[in-house]
Write a protein of this length. Structure first.
Length: 253
């Protein structure tokens, strides 16, 4: 019996370790690729999506792997596949699934970027810090590829930004956008759902012609993820409003 239990727990450990050490790279369009790493979350391997783009000057990463053990394998895979080095990485907010690999990237000579707000939150919470700071929304041109960062307001996190690639009409949302596979809004520990709803409205108005919309977790192929996020927020905020109204009525009685 004890031997069977031992074998069961060993198999469970190996299954989780294998999932956590998994790196997936999928072609999006043109020179753009989505890469996904996994971390054990409450006993289940949970995926985090990030992106990279290949330019004549080098490779641009948006967000770091959540599983920091996959940073070096990712860079090696990119070098092997495209014959180019990763030259910069931008984090879309301060959580570990976006900034966790910053220190490793810096040691490997990759330029790391974040907004000032993200930098301050990383410093406050003892997370890896970016080397370069964006003081405001910023337009980059790397190897002829233009893209811009946009802070629409607090949402999933106080500092979340999105990244827009106008040439290919790619909207990279990170955790600001929920996948249509998601059953809800997920981690709300630093979220402001009321501001998030308004911020999503701003993003929908600013980038109405997006052909690709990339959420931070789970499936990323569905173009309806931004609208789905908005619907989740409207529902959540409506429930809060109703709850507050009922509590106010109770206090008045």
């Amino acid at each position: 019996m004890y031997k069977s239990l031992f074998i069961f727990f060993i198999c469970l450990f190996l299954q989780n370790a294998t999932a956590q050490g998994k790196l997936e790279i999928s072609h999006l369009t043109g020179d753009f690729y989505i890469y996904t790493t996994y971390v054990d979350y409450e006993g289940t391997p949970y995926p985090a999506n990030s992106m990279y783009a290949v330019t004549p000057e080098g490779v641009v990463m948006i967000d770091t792997p959540w599983d920091t053990l996959q940073v070096k394998p990712l860079l090696d895979s990119i070098k092997s596949r495209h014959g180019k080095d990763v030259i910069m990485c931008i984090a879309t907010h301060f959580h570990d699934d976006r900034t966790g690999g910053f220190d490793i990237l810096k040691r490997l000579g990759v330029r790391t970027y974040s907004t000032l707000h993200t930098y301050e939150l990383c410093k406050e919470t003892n997370r890896p810090l970016a080397e370069y700071i964006m003081a405001a929304d910023t337009v980059f041109n790397i190897g002829g590829m233009e893209f811009e960062t946009f802070f629409p307001g607090a949402g999933h996190a106080p500092d979340n930004i999105v990244v827009w690639f106008p040439g290919e009409q790619i909207l990279y949302g990170g955790c600001f956008i929920k996948s249509t596979d998601a059953g809800g809004l997920g981690n709300l520990s630093h979220a402001d759902t009321k501001s998030w709803e308004i911020a999503v409205e701003k993003v929908m108005a600013k980038y109405p012609d997006a052909k690709y919309i990339i959420p931070g977790h789970e499936g990323w192929q569905d173009l309806g993820s931004l609208k789905y996020t908005y619907e989740l927020l409207k529902e959540a905020n409506g429930m809060k409003k109703e709850k507050n109204y009922k509590e106010k009525q109770f206090e008045e009685k």
